[in-house]
Design a protein. Structure first.
Length: 255
């Protein structure tokens, strides 16, 4: 009988545009797990991550998750899509994941775990879970940051041919296995001109500075509004749904 995990893995559409940069590594690993290999063992067959993946039970009950990773270079991994995509992120953005982990560990060392993460750990978590990276012309980025959705997605639609998306957040990828219109990404701007994912990862690891992260310079954006990501967004009126594509005024009133 298939478990919830294997059903989830079977549901992944590896042809989805948000998985274009993950498919070559992710699809074979998903197949191993679907065929019965424990998830952490399957993930460790891919040698491109700077960490090893261990069962969740390896995490001591008295130690914080991020502190354990920083000290052991091992990532506790539960059976499921959430931690599966987290592992893929370690494989594709190793320097940036190490940077986020180091920031968490630093904050934990200074303030402990506590019931509230604090501004830095909160922002790092938002990034880790829901970020996407965007290279785009200035005018397109400006329209997105001002939530001028009709300008960004309709008037400027041809400019999206000059844009490049890279998914980062593993929670967002988990949600996108079963897509729905209101899934929101937190966009982090990447300079145009950077080349492959290795270059972007190196740049991002340097850009994830404490002051910048703590200011939460994210641009929230409904994922399925990206041209080419969802057939429905070709329809007239798709972006007029104010419950999803909210203006700055409505977003401020309903944070």
């Amino acid at each position: 009988m298939a478990t919830g995990l294997t059903r989830g893995l079977a549901d992944i559409d590896w042809s989805a545009p948000w998985l274009a940069d993950w498919r070559a590594v992710g699809e074979p690993l998903a197949r191993l797990i679907h065929n019965g290999m424990p998830q952490h063992e399957a993930l460790n067959t891919c040698a491109i991550a700077p960490v090893r993946f261990v069962p969740q039970a390896a995490l001591p009950t008295d130690q914080a998750y991020e502190a354990f990773i920083f000290g052991s270079q091992c990532v506790p991994t539960r059976e499921g899509l959430h931690d599966f995509f987290n592992a893929l992120c370690w494989m594709h953005y190793p320097l940036s994941k190490q940077r986020l982990n180091a920031l968490h560990d630093q904050a934990i060392a200074l303030a402990g775990v506590g019931s509230v993460r604090g501004s830095l750990r909160d922002a790092a978590t938002v990034f880790d879970e829901n970020a996407a990276l965007l290279q785009a012309p200035d005018v397109l980025w400006q329209a997105l940051s001002e939530r001028r959705w009709q300008d960004a997605f309709v008037t400027m639609r041809p400019l999206w041919r000059q844009a490049r998306w890279l998914t980062f957040g593993h929670a967002a990828l988990e949600k996108l296995v079963q897509p729905y219109k209101s899934i929101t990404l937190h966009i982090w701007r990447v300079p145009e001109g950077l080349g492959d994912m290795t270059d972007i990862d190196a740049w991002l690891a340097q850009d994830l500075q404490i002051d910048k992260l703590a200011s939460k310079p994210f641009c929230p954006m409904p994922a399925l509004g990206v041209p080419g990501w969802w057939p429905a967004n070709e329809a007239h009126g798709f972006y007029e749904d104010g419950s999803v594509f909210r203006s700055v005024r409505l977003a401020a009133a309903n944070p």
